[in-house]
Design a binder for this molecule. Sequence first.
Ligand code: GDP
Ligand code: MG
Length: 185
Amino acid sequence: MSMFGKGKTCNSADRIPAVCNLVLLGAMGSGKSALTVKFLTKRFIGEYDPYLEDIYSSEEIVDQQPVTVRVMDTCDQEGPVNSERYLSWANAFFVVYSIDNMESFKGSHLYLQTLALHNKTFRPQTPIILLGNKLDMDRYRLVSQSDAESLASRFGCLFFEVSACLDFLSVKHVFYEAVRRAREA
Ligand code: GDP
Ligand code: MG
């Protein structure tokens, strides 16, 4: 039987509803809120309160199994501070940067280090997905795929590139992938 990190089963045969807590981390402006809104509403909202941090909830069916996906859209103004609020809450993490912004990519190192440290002592291991956003800005790309891939493999995490303002399905895919990883953890 597969188990969720918070001790809730996610087997379809069980009556306990499964919950999966996802946390989006990363530099301001990388598109965490836009990705969250896209996943929840299928729409791209260009201007979103940059200082808003909140938790949203959505009923989903991932691989024929219902799951309540809770998404914490964080807002750190100076990198990973007060990380206790999400470290033990999360079933999976997204570390988001923007492919057209090198600072945001450098910022993702700090988050990965914080999470790696957490995963050293925390069981089960919380899966991490490195997420390059703003793929629609490919012509202004400053972060290569291979640099991101090697960073991801250094920290043992998955890596995807998406865009909050292109198709919904690829955004949905990465959120569902996070749920799958959390189920396996
Ligand atoms: P956050 O600070 O990480 O929550 O970033 P936001 O979601 O507020 O996005 C910051 C800015 O980037 C806003 O102006 C968004 O419209 C823009 N943005 C977010 N995602 C994308 C994307 O995929 N492509 C493009 N071109 N702009 C995006
Ligand atoms: Mg935001």
